[in-house]
Design a protein. Structure first.
Lengths: 110, 125
């Protein structure tokens, strides 16, 4: 069981806006930053959102992050076929003294 | 541009030691603006952080509770790389293992922004 909770799947049609949720607790998301990764098949995870809502260089502004209390969400607007991937949230957990991840959400572009 | 290149065997026998190395280019294992992590991924356990090493006037290590009794992460400054050793492996340790860099500044570190290519390690006799 992953420390952070995500829905196992999400879907949308091209051009649509989709959101993926991530639920944590007071020892992780509640007091620390949230991060989001995109993982394409056979590849390593790629950092998509850092420190709750900041995009690393090269990440399109179609991707945005939001944090509220012990939960966070990733929004993808103007959905494209190449966005079909697995998405993971992550954060530091003060109780575990380590990085924790969500179980991942498989995004399907219909 | 930071690049991490992993090497090591893809097959380990049960009860033996899993050993992987991560060679760093574009940064230094001794940098005080980074930490160097090992993370694994399997269908049953998902993404699991295993531990890290970093230099802040001296070397430090942090390990995940789940593997703390079996893991060692060592830096090698002469080769600008770091390694993972996981002892007494079982089939449950079968996973894709990644090395990664945590960027750090002002005393805080942030989630990994550079990852190695991944190594599938299978534990089987």
């Amino acid at each position: 069981q992953s420390v952070l909770t995500q829905p196992p799947s999400a879907s949308g049609t091209p051009g649509q806006r989709v959101t993926i949720s991530c639920s944590g607790s007071s020892s992780n998301i509640g007091i620390n930053y949230v991060y989001w990764y995109q993982q394409l098949p056979g590849a390593a995870p790629k950092l998509l959102i850092t420190r709750n809502n900041q995009r690393p260089s090269g990440v399109p502004d179609r991707f945005s992050g939001l944090k509220s209390g012990t939960s966070a969400s990733l929004a993808i607007s103007g959905l494209r076929s190449e966005d079909e991937a697995d998405y993971y949230c992550a954060g530091w957990d003060d109780s575990l003294s380590g990085w924790v991840f969500g179980g991942g959400t498989k995004l399907t572009v219909l | 541009q930071v690049q991490l290149q992993q090497s090591g065997p893809g097959l380990v026998k049960p009860s033996q030691t899993l050993s992987l190395t991560c060679a760093i280019s574009g940064d230094s294992v001794s940098s005080n603006r980074a930490a160097w992590d090992w993370i694994r991924q399997s269908p049953s356990r998902g993404l699991e952080w295993l531990g890290r090493t970093y230099y802040r006037s001296k070397w430090h290590n942090d390990y995940a509770v789940s593997v703390k009794s079996r893991i060692t992460i060592n830096p090698d400054t002469s080769k600008n790389q770091f390694s993972l050793q996981l002892n007494s492996v079982t089939p449950e340790d079968t996973a894709v293992y990644y090395c990664a860099r945590e960027p750090c500044s002002g005393g805080s570190c942030y989630s990994s922004d550079n990852w190695g290519q991944g190594t599938l390690v299978t534990v089987s006799s």
